[in-house]
Ligand binder design. Structure first.
Ligand code: HAM
Length: 415
């Protein structure tokens, strides 16, 4: 028997309530903030991610689904949405539109991770990107969009963590200090941190291994090394977050696992389950477009995992409205009645009334049972007598009362 590949899930009809609820909220919220939808291909040239997400990140080193196509090109399933959006921004000349260009996506991502609750190999992200403006108010707006979605999803006890990892001018000084702090202590470090010290020192701060904790806890803080511009940018972001009444905490160890960030980085985490299930994360990426060959163009964005939102909603007991069932079932007995039923169903649908035909070859009892299971409000019953007399039986499923009505009055009555 085939099973869905490890780390992937089938989202069955009975699981759709939460998905549809969130999709509707996302479309309301993005409209409210003036973000337009973008869809990019599910795979891209592998080098797009090596150059942006980062050659030494876990995503690129350990998690990408990379394959060679029949033409010998190295392609990768998208592990995240931001690089594709920036590629599309350059490719389609979006810099010629009024800036910032505000885009969102709701799409699948693929990462070869060790599957566990809320961590999948195929998952779904809602992401927003504001490209073409370095205004710190946009950093706050991006956090605000995600926050509004979490509020709409009824999530409690979540917190916004922010940090600044500086820019090209000030970050090298910080990295020097960081490396200085770790150097001579290599022996104590976990094997990942030994590599990080050489390839990706910022990520040292992210290590969760107990043996690295003491060194990490006493590591220098990035904000103490920020240049005046980065410092002023962070102050403004904080001011706007306060103006938006968004509760944030500064977290000196927040560095994010992707390489393209500069200045502000942020994550939203459940208060009781830090690190295990970050709900959303993002930051500013003022060099990314330039690194892809575009003109220097600032950008900021966030992405949030739909599965993680749903996981937290369920954990916190948030219920969503059930999806509406069809209003009418048309039951029938005999060939002639079936023909009329097919026609009536079509007319009712035309009139905007959601209607289904009973399953074929079933007794009337079984058809009524189907109506009950579906939760329809009315069942129309057509049998030989009804066809002969141009009538129908209309059954009100809420109280099981039924009446005989002229066939040509049915549509009006049901409307
Ligand atoms: P990220 O932190 O890698 O950032 O992912 C964002 C969110 O996607 C995570 O917080 C989590 O909710 C969800 N997520 C990631 N991987 C998985 C997984 N394996 N299973 C379930 N959910 C997952 C980014 O992807 C950046 N592109 C965000 C961004 C947008 N930065 C700027 N703009």
């Amino acid at each position: 028997m085939y099973q869905a590949p490890r780390g992937t899930t089938d989202i069955l009809p009975e699981d759709q309530d939460y998905w549809v609820f969130l999709e509707e909220k996302i479309s309301e919220i993005t409209r409210l903030y003036g973000y337009e939808r973008i869809e990019t291909p599910v795979f891209e040239d592998s080098s797009l991610y090596t150059r942006t997400t980062g050659e030494y990140t876990d995503i690129v080193q350990k998690e990408m689904y990379t394959f060679e196509d029949r033409g010998g090109n190295s392609l990768s399933l998208r592990p995240e949405g931001t690089p594709s959006v920036c590629r599309a921004y350059i490719q389609h000349g979006l810099q010629n539109k009024p800036q910032p260009v505000k885009l969102y996506y709701l799409t699948s991502i693929f990462r070869y991770e060790r599957p566990q609750a809320g961590r999948y190999r195929q998952s779904h992200q809602f992401g927003c990107e504001a490209i073409g403006d370095a205004d710190p108010a946009l950093d706050a707006e991006i956090i605000d969009i995600a926050w509004r979605l979490y509020q709409a999803a009824g999530l409690q006890n979540i917190s916004i963590l922010i940090n600044s990892i500086g820019c090209r001018e000030c970050r090298p000084k910080y990295l020097e200090a960081l490396k200085g702090h770790y150097s001579g202590k290599e022996e104590i470090l976990c094997s990942d941190c030994k590599t990080r010290l050489v390839n990706n020192p910022l990520r040292l701060l992210d290590c969760k291994q107990p043996k690295c904790q003491d060194i990490t806890d006493s590591a220098p803080r990035n904000i103490d090394f920020l240049c005046d511009e980065c410092s002023a940018h962070l102050d403004k972001v904080k001011e706007y977050l306060v103006a938006l009444e968004l509760p944030y905490q500064l977290n000196h160890r927040l560095v994010r696992g992707l390489d393209y960030y500069s200045r502000t980085v942020f994550e939203v985490q459940p208060e009781d389950d830090r690190a295990q299930a970050t709900i959303g994360g993002g930051g500013r990426y003022d060099y990314l477009i330039e690194e892809l060959g575009g003109k220097p163009t600032p950008g900021v964005g966030i992405a949030t995992g739909i599965e993680r939102i749903i996981l937290n909603m369920k954990k916190q007991g948030v219920e969503v409205p059930l999806l509406p069932s069809p209003r009418v079932l048309v039951a029938y007995m005999g060939d002639e009645a079936k023909k009329q039923a097919v026609r009536l169903t079509s007319d009712l649908r035309e009139a905007g009334i959601s209607t289904v035909n009973a399953a074929s070859g079933k007794s009337l009892k079984a058809q009524l049972k189907q109506a009950n299971t579906l939760g329809v409000s009315y069942t129309v019953i057509l049998g030989e007598d009804e066809v002969k007399n141009s009538t129908a039986v209309l059954r009100d499923m809420t109280n099981a009362s039924q009446e005989i009505v002229p066939f040509n009055k049915l549509l009006e009555l049901l409307k």
